[in-house]
Design a protein. Sequence first.
Length: 152
Amino acid sequence: MYKRKSWREKLADSKGLPKVSRIEGKMSTRWGKGTMVVPAPLEVDAIMRAVPKGKLTTLDQVRAALAKKHKVNVCCPLTTGIFSWIAAHAADEAQQAGEKNITPYWRTLKAGGELNPKFPGGIPALKKLLTAEGHHVAQRGKKFFVENMNAA
């Protein structure tokens, strides 16, 4: 019988990543020429974990840091987003198990400072965690954003 992996097991499973490859074919239309890295899940987690209290980052900044680390032109946005989601759920899982030192996933936002509704607890939990650290969250349409994100 198949047993589902825990979020922490998924985070630790690198599946042979990171992997650097040339940008070719249809991808070159969007990303141009050069090389791209598909990061390992723990690399994404490490950057998210390094964001100090009171500060914020975006997935675009995470991708830029990973591209710089691997000396490539771009970092895969799809896998970076998926791995940030896995890191967030692994941190939530660890916290529920009683661990204190978890990845502060609520400090990693989508482009423009948008809260990620797919992170554990959804928007209500993220708003609570961010306001507790001194950030102001505002609703614009159906989405929620950290106000004055660049000032943080």
